[in-house]
Design a protein around this ligand. Sequence first.
Ligand code: NG6
Ligand code: CA
Length: 508
Amino acid sequence: IIKTIILVSLVVLSGCKSDKNKQHTEPLTTIEPIKKPNIVIIYLDDLGYGDLSCYGATELQTPNIDALASGGVKFTNGYATSATCTPSRYALLTGMYPWRNKDAKILPGTAPLLISTEQQTLPKMLRREGYQTAIVGKWHLGLGTGNVNWNDIITPGPNEVGFDEAYIMAATQDRVPTVYIENGQVVNLDKNDPIQVDYQNNFEGEPTAISNPEMLTMKWHHGHNNSIVNGVPRIGFMKGGESAKWSDVDMADNFLERAQDYVKTHKDKPFFLYYAMQQPHVPRTPHPRFVGKSGLGPRGDVILEADWCIGEFMKTLKEEGILENTLIVFSSDNGPVLNDGYYDDAVEKLGNHDPQGGLRGGKYSLFEAGTRVPFITYWKNTIKPGISDAIVCHMDLMASLAKLIGTEESSTDSQELMETFKGKTNKGRDNLIIEATSRTALRSGDWLLIPPYKGKAFEEKVGIQLGNSPDFQLYNLKSDMGQKTNVAKDNPEKLNELIQVFETLRGK
Ligand code: NG6
Ligand code: CA
């Protein structure tokens, strides 16, 4: 009898186990939310609203990101706070509007840490709740206090604002120092070949793009004519650190491997991983496996490379048995740009590809393509797949994730929208201030208000309309997604109402 009881209970138990998967095909409302899922933010650099096949691209296919979109919530009104990197990342990690911090602008590689070590941050909040936290990839939020010795421990940095572990590039792929930094130390640095970095002056005798154009394998179009690393001219001057210099074509594989290793070694307790990929920011340096694969030149190739990396990363989550206990947020820090300072065929080979996905403007712009970006939340068997037109912003992740794991985070501009991120409601923000190179505008419902700004309307170098005009601009995004018609003059009441809202929020 005892034997039978044991057998029966074994059968019941194992039945329960395998039922777990089955359960999820039943109505989603019956599933108990898992308390503290792993959280992964996959954040691309300069990926446009129209750069993915799940957001309408027809000239390239991004099956792995598409799988996230079709299995999760695809937001059609998802925003970065800003049309450039540093301020967007600042907002993502602090839950604060970047224009509250006057230094939240595109930073040189030598800039001091932009986030105060006293400040509340997303990784700090998660750590407080028992999460292990890590960043792999692009930082671009400054390091140190103003005069970094790259040969010593570099601090404060990501480790001081909430990340237990940090494997980063300091700024951007086009800025020196072109080395990886792991928990404050330059990786593979030979102490006998110290690194020096300067953004004003070159080091005597060091080749630059101007003095030694014959050394270049990639040509610069504007900016990017200082030190040469791997044949690519960069922004800023660097000397030494030969053994520590990264290999551009291996960067994607390197970050991927780091991200996978982190998952494998931290899967037993909840973790937060900020996987900050470098694609498709310049210089676009696809691994040879991806060269020519898109037909759109290196910019398209690195988007395919990024998509592949994400597929591999997802495989790892699955293989490690944690996919269903991991919330993934996918997005981009700002909108697209084709020519961002190098001759790399992005313009020439564009063909019918529309990186803006029908929106106006691009990176650096107050028009929609500057800040409206692909934005996907995915959590297998918990998030109900769908498309949401709710207005959401990266900045809202802080309060929303706090809510998800049962804590509060109220001291910021972050809005709690967890039910929206789960696809359970379509209710998003009423208002959002967007920012582009220190100028701000208001998204409010279907409307977009841009106050008058001096400065050129069109930046020829990058080929982007910036959104500047001597007049107020008002667009109805519902009827005019491409912001073709300024309806400010026809809607004086709406205009005044939104000016009030804008001034109230901006002055807060
Ligand atoms: C600009 C660079 C651009 C890019 C950008 C930062 C020049 C002429 N242009 O200043 O190439 O690096 O900064 O991009 O130097 S971001 O996505 O990190 O904000
Ligand atoms: Ca960027």
